[in-house]
Write a protein that binds this ligand. Structure first.
Ligand SMILES: [Zn+2]
Ligand SMILES: [Zn+2]
Length: 237
């Protein structure tokens, strides 16, 4: 089996555009052999489970987070996403968003709980791909709530901390209602920017924020909404 890492916006095995279904079908992962209910799969029958789809990107994420002192989560996000092992779309973004937020908070000198970054990666990677469409909440927005939950030690039993984490998800999600098809780059960037504002106004945590990012993923995204996207750069296509 040949794996084309560069075409992971399509099927990683054969390069065909993926099916985004509304009915779950049972598929066997081509890599780990696990049987999974799937909404996203290749029309030729190929299937890669969320865990296998995300593993290389999460390794890169950990490497970048271990080596950066940046307190600018946007800069960290762009660095992680620029690696060739990180696909255009996919559930790895759900782990990237909270981990990058917590790492930036830590790098800015604020105290964070022991093992906080790894905890966000564990939690974020449990949020499946395609949830924006199938469950009505974008996994990158959940990532903002996850970051707040980890920072505050929220549990289902905590009052204010639980409420604050949910508020963070709503705040980020509210920024994403753009009537366009999903773009995991647009959603992750929006989630990070929302997180910076939320942390500042609601938790008195101040992070650096780069000026607006110019997107260079347009040609890799068949569903790019172009001028309607705040990151669109017409000179990059
Ligand atoms: Zn295929
Ligand atoms: Zn697998």
């Amino acid at each position: 089996m040949t794996i084309d890492m560069q075409s992971r916006e399509n099927c990683a095995v054969c390069g065909r555009p993926l099916v985004y279904g509304t009915e779950e079908v049972t598929k066997l992962c081509d890599f780990c052999g696990k049987e999974c209910p799937a909404l996203i799969y290749c029309p030729e029958g190929h299937y890669i489970c969320d865990t296998c789809h995300s593993s290389a990107a999460l390794d890169i994420l950990r490497e970048v987070l271990n080596s950066t002192n940046s307190a600018d989560p946007t800069a960290i996000l762009e660095k992680v996403m620029s690696h060739p092992s990180v696909p255009m779309h996919g559930p790895e973004h759900h782990a990237m968003v909270p981990a990058i937020i917590v790492a930036a908070v830590k790098n800015a000198g604020y105290p964070v709980p022991e093992g906080a970054v790894e905890k966000t990666i564990e939690r974020g990677s449990k949020v499946p791909g395609g949830w924006c469409g199938s469950h009505g909440v974008c996994g990158a927005a959940i990532g903002v709530g996850t970051a707040v939950s980890v920072l505050t030690g929220a549990t289902p039993l905590t009052g204010r901390a639980r409420s604050l984490a949910n508020e963070a998800t709503v705040f980020a999600l509210g920024r994403m209602l753009d009537d366009g098809p999903r773009c995991c780059k647009r959603a992750s960037r929006t989630a990070i920017e929302a997180a910076v504002e939320f942390l500042k106004t609601r938790m008195d945590i101040h992070l650096d924020l780069n000026e607006k990012v110019k997107c260079h993923y347009t040609t890799r995204n068949r569903e790019c909404i172009k001028e309607a996207c705040p990151y669109y750069d017409s000179t990059s296509v």
